[in-house]
Ligand binder design. Sequence first.
Ligand code: AMP
Length: 563
Amino acid sequence: MGKLNFADLGIAPEILKAIADLGFEEPSPIQAAAIPVLLAGHDAVGQSQTGSGKTAAFAVPAITLCETGDRSVQVLILCPTRELATQVADEVHKLSTHKRGIHAVPIYGGASYERQFYELKKGVQIVIGTPGRIMDHMDRGTLALGGVKLVVLDEADRMLDMGFREDIEKILSATPSERQTVFFSATVSKQIRDLIGRHSRDPKSVKIEQRELTVPTVEQWYYETPQRMKFEALIRLVDFHGFKLGIIFCNTQRMVDELADDLIAQGFSADRLHGGIAQAQRTRVMNKFKKAEFEFLVATDVAARGIDVDELELVVNYDLPYDAEDYVHRIGRTGRAGRKGMAVTFVSGRDIYKLQFIERFTRTKIHRGTIPSAGAVEERRVEGLLEKIREVLNRGNLATAVVDRLLEEGYSSTDIAAALYELLSGPEPDNKEPAKPAKPGSKPGSKPGSKPAATTQQPRAPEPARIPLLRPPARGMLWVRLNAGRETRISPRDIVGLLEDALGLPGRTVGIIDIIPGQSFAQVPKPYLNILRDGPREIETESGTISISLVPDDRPPRRPPPR
Ligand code: AMP
C-alpha cells in the first residue's frame, strides 16, 4: 500500500496550509490512522508513543471541529504534566495559525491563576490542561465544560499512574455525555480499558500495525546530542571517519534545506531532495548522487524513496524517523552488496525512548557512541595526511627540481617540508591569507637558512597557538577561546563557571566545549559577547590568570579534508 498524503485524510485547507508551513511532508502512521477516524466523529483509542506524531493526530481533528464564532470551551485535552500541556498547546497554536479566531490555552498547576482566569474569561475553544488544575477551575466556577464536544486524554496511562483517576472521572462527568472521547496511551492496561469502557461508545482502535521487518546487518550507532549541537556532531563524525558518500535524513523540508545549506557553507558538496522540489530537479539530483557527483544527500523519506546507491557508506538519521519501519528502510540503504556501511542516529531529549522502542521492535543492537572531540578529529586528519605523505615517499621517483630551487634559495629542507605540509593541510583558520615565508635576506639580520616560515611579511597578531579545525559555531553562537588547555586539567564545569563569571551568562546557555592541549574552546550565545569585542578578558583563578577571547567568525569556509 502506498503512503497517504495529508490531503487524502480529509483535512481542511487552512489546516493543510499550516501543516505545509511546518514542513511536514506526509502523515506519520498514527496520523494516517487516527485523523480520518477522529474527523468522522468516532470515539477512539490510539496506541502510540511520544515522537510518533500523536499530538497532531488529535490536534488536527480538534481544531477542525471548533466553531470560531463561539468562544466557549469546545475541546478539552487532558495531559499528565505541564511540559506536555505546553508542548501540545504549542502544536495546537501552530496548526491553527490559518484558522482565524481559534483560541487555545494551556492550564496547568504551578502557573499563576490570574492569567488563566483572564484567558478563560475572554473565551477559548480549546483548553489543554493537567487534571488537577482543571478540577480547580471547575470548582471555582471559572471553567465551564457544558459545551465540550471532544475530550482527548493524552498519555492516559501516565495520568492514571500519577493518581489522576478520580479527577479524570469527575472531569469527564462534567462534560456532555454525547461528546466524542479519544484516548491516547502507550500501553493499554486493565485500568485503562475500564476507563475507556465507562466513558466512551464503540471506540475504534487506531493502533499502528507493525509488520515483520528484516533488519540489515549494518553497524548501527546512536549519539545523544541536543538539537543545537547536531550539526557539529555530524561534521565531526564525517571528518573523523572520512565518509565520502552518505544520505542524511531529516523529517521536514525546512530542516533539509537548512542542513543542506549549512553543509555547503562548510565546504562539503551536498544537495537536497524533498517533496517541495520540482520533479525534474529531483531526478537531476538523484542521478548526480547515483554517480557520486556530490558527497552528501540531505533528504526526507518521501523524496529519497527508491534511491539505490551501492557505494553508500553512511546513513544519518539527523531526525529520528516516526516509526521502526522508516528506520529500517533508511538504514537499509547502506551496507549493500556486502560493503561496510554505518548507520548513525542522533537522539535528543525524549527521542531516546522512541529509539529504545525501535531497538526492541527491530531486535537489533544500536550501539551508543560518543562524538569524537575536536582534538581527536584533528589528530585523525594529521594521521591521514602523514599516511599520504609516506605513501608518496615510499613510491619513490620524486621529481626534486622544484625543491632544489628552494634549497638553492637558502631554505632548509625541514622548513620547505613544513611549508608544504601547511599548504596541504588546508587554510589556516585564523588567518585569511596563508602566512608567506619572507625571502631570506630581505630583512636585516635574517640569515639564509634561518626559519623563514615563522616570519610573516606582516607580523601576525600574537596568537599563541593556531586554532585547530574549529567549525563555524551553531546558529546564534560564537566560539570563545580560553588559554588553558588539557594539561591544566581544566574541566568543562570549570569553563562554564569561568564564562558565567566573566560574561555574566547563565551556565546552561554554553554550548559545545572542547578542551585540547594548550587551549580550550566553548560556544557561547552572541548576545553575551559584547564584552569581548574590544579584546580578551582576563580572569584571575586559583591557578593563575586565564584569558578569554573571541574567535572571529569570518574565517574562510572549511575545505574538505584531502581525500
Ligand atoms: P509528537 O509525537 O506529537 O510529540 O511529535 C513529535 C514531533 O514530530 C513534533 O515536533 C512534531 O512537530 C513533529 N511531527 C509531527 N508530525 C509530523 C509529520 N507528519 N512530519 C514531520 N514532523 C512531524
